[in-house]
Design a protein. Structure first.
Lengths: 406, 384
C-alpha cells in the first residue's frame, strides 16, 4: 500500500477538511456566544437577553446539517435562516447592552464571524471563498440592519473582515502549495505497486521452490543414494507421478491459487493429515494429539502451506534425528492454528547447519511466512527437537500477498 | 473517532501532503513573531513593565523558531514534546505580556496573546494526533482563561469574569478544535481511500496471479527440461539405477540446490538495487550479512524502493558511489546509505527532501551527515 493520498484526491480532500474545520470553528463560536448571553442574563436578569440565546438555536441546527451534508441546499438554507437569526440576535444584544461596548461587540463579532465561516458545498477554493463572501455579506448586513434600526447608525467593526481575509489567505496558500510534490507522490505509488507485484512474484516463487524442494530435490537425493540395480517401486511411482505433475500440469497455479480465502470445514481431508499419512508410509511412527478439528478453521492457503511444512519437519526427523518416532500436537485458538512437531532425537544447533541446507528454511519457514505464519525451533543436541508452526486463521489470515516479505 | 486518528498524525499518514502544506506552517511561524512584535509596539504606551513585554517577545521568538524548524521535512516527525514547547512558550509569553500591562489593562488589551496561541495550535494540526491536539487546545484554553482572569482582577475591567474568560479562550478553543476537525476529516478520507485501494489492489493481484504463476512455472520447467526431466523419464521407464544415474542425480541436485540457495539469499533490496542501477550494479552495493532487509514493513519497503530509484535515476549523486549497508543493532537494524554528491547542496537537498521526509516518517532516527562531497544517511527500524 502506498504512503499518503494520491495527488488527484488531495485537492478535494483538503477542501473538504477545510470546510469541516471552519464549520467546527463556527459551531464553537455559536456555543461561546450562547454561553456569553446566558451568563450575562444570569448575572443581570434585567437585561432580557434570552431571545438572543433562542436566536442561536436554529443556527446550531443548520451548521450541523451543513457540516454533515455539504450540499448547496443546506448551505443556502443555513445562510437564509442564519441572516434573520443573526439580525434577531444583534437586535437583542444592541437593545439590551446599552452602550454596546467591548462585551457587546465581542458577542456580535462572534456570531457574525460564525455565520461567515460556512464551509458549505465547496469542492474548490473558488467556491469556498464565494460561500465565505456570501456569509460575510449576510452576517454583516444583518448586524448593520439591527444597529441601524436601534441606534440609527452603523458602526462597522473590523474583526469579521480581518478573519475573512485570514481565511481567504489560508485557502489560497493551501491551494498554491498542493503542487510541489506530485511527481514524488507518483513515484511512491509506483514503488508501492512494484512492491506489491514483487511480493506476489516472491510468494509464487517461494511456493515453487518449496514444491521443487519437496519433489525434485528429494527424488534426486534418493536416486544419488540408492543402491545400484532395480529401483525401489515406490520411488519409481513417486517420480512418475511428480514428473507428470511438474511438466504436464499447471501445478503452480493450483498450488497457490487453491487459495480461495474460503474456510475449510472438512478437517479429515486436510493437507496436514494427508502429509502425516504419507510420512507414516515411510515407517515413521507419528502420534497425533490435540484438537484436530481446529484444522477446519484454516483457509485453503493456510492448509496448503501447513501440510507440506509439517511433512518436511517429519521428513527431517527421519533423515537427521536418528529416531523413528515423533509427536504432532495440534492446538487451535480464535486467531491461529498451532502445530508442534516434537522428536526425542539427537537434535541440532540451527546456527551451525550448513548454508546450503534448504529443508527448514525453504520448505518450512518460507512456506509458512508466505501465509503470515511463524516458525520457532527449539533444539538441544542429544535431547531432541521441537518445531512450533503457527498459522493465522479467519480474519487474521493475510491477504493474497500483503504480508509476503523477503 | 477511529483508533488510527487517536495515534497517527497526518504527517505520518501522508508525509508528502504535509510537506506540501508546510508553507502554511512557515507563514504562521513568521506571522507569530511579526504580529507579536507589532502588537507589543502598538500597545507600548500601556506597558507598565517593559522587561516583561520584552521577555514575552523572546518567548514568542522561541516558539516561532521551534515551529519553523520543527516542521522542516528534514526533522520529521514533529514530536509531542516540541508541540508542548511551542504552545507552552506562547502561554508563557501571554502571561508575561499580561503582567507587563500591570493594572493599566482594559478588556484584554493584549487579546493578541490568545490569538497567537490559537494560530500555533492550528498550524501544528497536521503534525500531531487528534487526541493530543484536542488535549493541548483544552489545556491551553484553561491556562489562557486563568491568565485573563488574573489580569482582569488586578486591572479596571468592566466586564463579568465569565465574559473575560470566554473572550480570551475564543481564539485558542476555536482554532485548536478547528485544526483537529481539519485533521479528522483528512484522516477519514485517508482511511476510506486505503480501504478502497486495498480492495482494488487485491483484485489486480488476483488478475495478475495466473500470469505470474505461469511465468514462474515456465522458468522452472525450462530448467527441469534441460537435465532433470530426461533423467527422471529414463529412470521411470527403465526402473534400474546405474552408477552414472547416481552421479548425474548428485550433480543435478547440487546445481539446483546452489540455484535455490542463491535465490533464498537474494533479498528484495538487492533485487531493487540491481533493477534500478541496471548495468551499473556490481552486485556489491548492498551489504546485508544478517539478511535484515526482509524485516522491513511494506511502507518501509515502499519508501526505500522509491528513494533508491530516485537516486539511481537522478543526477544529484554519483551513481557509482552509492552503497547500502544494513547492520544489526540492539533493538533492530540500522541502514547506512553513502554516496558522493555531484550537485550543489541546495539542489540535492531540494530534490531529495521529499524522499527524506517520507523515510523519516516510516523509519526511525534518520540522521543526515554531509561533508562535501560525501553524503551519509542513516536510519533504523525494528526487527522481529
Amino acid at each position: 500500500m502506498s504512503i499518503g493520498l494520491p495527488a488527484h484526491l488531495r485537492k478535494e480532500s483538503v477542501s473538504r477538511a477545510f470546510a469541516r474545520a471552519i464549520n467546527t470553528v463556527a459551531f464553537i463560536c455559536f456555543s461561546l456566544a450562547f454561553v456569553g448571553v446566558v451568563t450575562l442574563y444570569a448575572g443581570d436578569p434585567s437585561r432580557y437577553l434570552l431571545p438572543a440565546a433562542i436566536a442561536l438555536i436554529p443556527l446550531f441546527v443548520t451548521i450541523t446539517l451543513v457540516n454533515r451534508y455539504r450540499t448547496v441546499f443546506f448551505t443556502v438554507a443555513h445562510l437564509v435562516i442564519g441572516g434573520p437569526a443573526v439580525y434577531w440576535f444583534s437586535l437583542t444584544v444592541i437593545s439590551q447592552l446599552q452602550p454596546v461596548g467591548v462585551v457587546g461587540h465581542y458577542l456580535l463579532n462572534l456570531v457574525g464571524i460564525a455565520l461567515m465561516l460556512v464551509g458549505g458545498a465547496s469542492r474548490t477554493v473558488g467556491w469556498s471563498i464565494l460561500w465565505c463572501t456570501v456569509g460575510l455579506g449576510v452576517s454583516q448586513g444583518a448586524v448593520a440592519l439591527a444597529s441601524l434600526q436601534w441606534q440609527g447608525y452603523v458602526h462597522p467593526h473590523p474583526a469579521p473582515v480581518v478573519v475573512y481575509v485570514a481565511v481567504v489567505a489560508v485557502l489560497v496558500i493551501l491551494r498554491l502549495s498542493q503542487r510541489g510534490v506530485r511527481r514524488v507522490q507518483s513515484h511512491l505509488h509506483r514503488a508501492a505497486r512494484d512492491d506489491e507485484f514483487a511480493s506476489l512474484r516472491y510468494g509464487i516463487e517461494a511456493t515453487s521452490a518449496a514444491v521443487m524442494h519437496d519433489t525434485v530435490l528429494g527424488h534426486l537425493a534418493a536416486i544419488a543414494n540408492a543402491p545400484f540395480g532395480a529401483m525401489n517401486p515406490k520411488l519409481q511411482r513417486d517420480i512418475k507421478r511428480d514428473l507428470e505433475v511438474l511438466v504436464g500440469e499447471e501445478w503452480l497455479s493450483e498450488a497457490t491459487l487453491d487459495s480461495t480465502d474460503s474456510v475449510r470445514h472438512d478437517w479429515q481431508n486436510s493437507a496436514l493429515l494427508a502429509a502425516i499419512t504419507e510420512v507414516r508410509a515411510l515407517e515413521l511412527v507419528v502420534e497425533v494429539t490435540g484438537d484436530l478439528t481446529a484444522l477446519s478453521r484454516l483457509d485453503a492457503r493456510g492448509d496448503a502451506a501447513l501440510g507440506p511444512a509439517v511433512k518436511q519437519c517429519l521428513v527431517n526427523v527421519i533423515k537427521h534425528s536418528g529416531v523413528m518416532q515423533a509427536e504432532v500436537a495440534i492446538f487451535g485458538s480464535d486467531h491461529e492454528v498451532s502445530v508442534l512437531v516434537v522428536d526425542a532425537g539427537k537434535g541440532f544447533n540451527e546456527a551451525e547447519t550448513g548454508a546450503d541446507r534448504l529443508g527448514l528454511r525453504q520448505s518450512v519457514r518460507r512456506r509458512i511466512e508466505i501465509v503470515s505464519g511463524t516458525v520457532h525451533v527449539w533444539s538441544t543436541p542429544e535431547l531432541g527437537t521441537s518445531v512450533m508452526i503457527r498459522v493465522p486463521v479467519g480474519e487474521d489470515a493475510p491477504a493474497l500477498t500483503a504480508s509476503a516479505i523477503q | 473517532m477511529t483508533a488510527l486518528a487517536d495515534t497517527e498524525s497526518i504527517q505520518q499518514l501522508d508525509p508528502l501532503g504535509t510537506l506540501d502544506g508546510r508553507p502554511v506552517s512557515v507563514v504562521a511561524g513568521v506571522g507569530l513573531l511579526t504580529f507579536g512584535s507589532v502588537m507589543t509596539w502598538a500597545t507600548a504606551s500601556a506597558v507598565a513593565q517593559p522587561l516583561f513585554a520584552n521577555l514575552a517577545l523572546v518567548f514568542i521568538a522561541l516558539s516561532s523558531l521551534s515551529l519553523i524548524v520543527g516542521t522542516s521535512p528534514l526533522r520529521a516527525p514533529f514530536s509531542g514534546g516540541l508541540h508542548a514547547a511551542v504552545i507552552g512558550f506562547l502561554v508563557i509569553a501571554f502571561a508575561l505580556s499580561s503582567a507587563s500591562l500591570g493594572s493599566s489593562a482594559e478588556v484584554l488589551t493584549d487579546f493578541w496573546g490568545p490569538l497567537l496561541i490559537g494560530v500555533a495550535c492550528m498550524a501544528l494540526a497536521p503534525y500531531r494526533p487528534i487526541a493530543e491536539l484536542v488535549t493541548m487546545g483544552v489545556v491551553a484554553s484553561i491556562f489562557t482563561g486563568f491568565i485573563a482572569l488574573v489580569q482582569s482582577s488586578v486591572s479596571d475591567v468592566h466586564a463579568p469574569a465569565m465574559i473575560v474568560i470566554l473572550y480570551s479562550v475564543t481564539p485558542v478553543l476555536t482554532m485548536s478544535l478547528g485544526g483537529a476537525a481539519f485533521v479528522r476529516s483528512l484522516i477519514r478520507t485517508h482511511e476510506r481511500w486505503v480501504s478502497r485501494a486495498q480492495r482494488a489492489t487485491m483484485r489486480q493481484l488476483r488478475r495478475q496471479h495466473e500470469g505470474v504463476a505461469r511465468s514462474v512455472q515456465q522458468d522452472r520447467v525450462t530448467i527441469l527440461n534441460r537435465d532433470i526431466v530426461p533423467l527422471f523419464a529414463e529412470l521411470a521407464q527403465r526402473g534400474i539405477i546405474s552408477p552414472e544415474d547416481r552421479a548425474r542425480a548428485a550433480e543435478y541436485s547440487e546445481s539446483i540446490r546452489e540455484l535455490m540457495v542463491a535465490e533464498v539469499n537474494r533479498s528484495w533490496l538487492e533485487s531493487v538495487v540491481a533493477s534500478s542501477f541496471g548495468s551499473l550494479d556490481d552486485g556489491n552495493r548492498v551489504y546485508d550479512p544478517h539478511r535484515l532487509a526482509g524485516a522491513m514493513t511494506p511502507h518501509q519497503r515502499t519508501a526505500l524502493r522509491a528513494a533508491v530509484l530516485a537516486v539511481a535515476t537522478g543526477g544529484e549523486i554519483d551513481r557509482q558511489s552509492v552503497r547500502l549497508s544494513i547492520e544489526k543493532t540492539k533493538v533492530g537494524a540500522a541502514i547506512t546509505v553513502t554516496g558522493v554528491i555531484t550537485s550543489s547542496e541546495s539542489s540535492w537537498r531540494s530534490s531529495l527532501a521529499p524522499y527524506l521526509a517520507v523515510l523519516r516518517v516510516v523509519f526511525t532516527g534518520l540522521r543526515i551527515s554531509y561533508r562535501s562531497p560525501s553524503l551519509t544517511v542513516r536510519f533504523t527500524y525494528d526487527t522481529p
